[in-house]
Design a protein around this ligand. Structure first.
Ligand code: UDP
Length: 269
């Protein structure tokens, strides 16, 4: 089965990362997944939220914000500030981004500081939340390396890279990395987040227009996992070429992938 843009069901869109695009951020990445483009910027503040102090929780915190720029969609999307409230979708997405990144960051190691991840969609063509997670993983890694360089921490709190992708059932066929057109036509819609060693972090899925079988679920999981493995390779390549990312063999981010734990063999392009 060929898709509207000529891809096969298991094929992700072209992925590209541009690192360090925002000089004042501790880490920043422009991630492009086909026509979906998201800016992920990380700021590190030397404070923790008040609730942590009040509850005597030690270590640091990581939180995320997500928004779609007004011109990221075909018809102008009003800014939340103009509406006077954060829309439910943005709120759900930024919580997903925060949860996903917290699953791979050692908050004790981070020390008493807060990592802010700001994800702003420049161009939306489906899969903006998953692209945001894939980009944020790199931006946080870069920010942690900067903290290391500044000798604010002794070792990177970023334990593993994560990446995310969508999957769905369109006209009865399971496929990965849906564009907007496919997303609109999808009867079943999934978002998968996983680590570089193939462990799932979060799976969101619903049959909004149809039910799905266990076989279809397994197919979407396999497609998603394979796609995520490809995204992780792209992330590692991007880091390898960055001034922050010269991977050392004792680098906690570098080691799991190089040891190849659990990730299924990649499909050759
Ligand atoms: N979309 C849009 N305006 C909105 C919300 C979504 O144009 O207010 C489009 C956009 O292309 C987005 C797609 O619909 O990528 C799918 O939206 P969804 O809520 O499934 O999130 P995403 O797939 O972007 O994570």
């Amino acid at each position: 089965m060929q898709r509207s843009d000529g891809r096969t069901p298991d094929q992700i869109r072209p992925i590209a990362f541009e690192l360090n695009i925002a000089p004042h951020a501790s880490g920043s990445v422009l991630v492009a997944m086909g026509n979906t483009r998201v800016i992920c910027g990380v700021t590190v503040e030397e404070i923790v939220p008040r609730w942590m102090k009040e509850q005597g929780v030690t270590g640091g915190w990581l939180t995320a914000e997500y928004s779609m720029l007004p011109y990221s969609t075909i018809t102008r999307k009003q800014r939340d500030i103009a509406k006077g409230r954060l829309d439910g979708r943005s709120s759900e997405i930024q919580r997903l981004i925060g949860r996903s990144l917290r699953s791979v960051i050692d908050l004790e190691k981070l020390g008493p500081r807060t990592i802010w991840i700001d994800c702003d969609v420049l161009q939306a063509d489906g899969g903006t939340r998953t692209a945001a997670i894939t980009g944020a993983s790199l931006a946080v890694t870069i920010a942690c390396k900067k903290l290391l360089e500044e000798k604010k921490i002794a070792s990177s709190p970023m334990r593993r890279l994560i990446a995310a992708v969508s999957a769905g059932i369109v006209e009865g066929n399971a496929m990965v990395d849906l564009n907007y057109e496919e997303d609109k036509a999808a009867a079943v819609d999934f978002n998968l987040v996983a680590t570089e060693d193939g462990d799932f972090v979060e799976i969101q899925g619903s049959g909004e227009e149809a039910t799905f079988t266990q076989g279809q679920l397994e197919e979407m999981l396999a497609l998603g996992r394979n796609a995520i493995a490809q995204l992780i390779v792209a992330q590692r390549n991007a880091l390898g070429h960055s001034e922050w990312g010269e991977a050392q063999s004792n680098d906690p981010v570098a080691s799991p992938l190089s040891s190849g734990t659990g990730i299924p063999p990649l499909r050759s392009e």
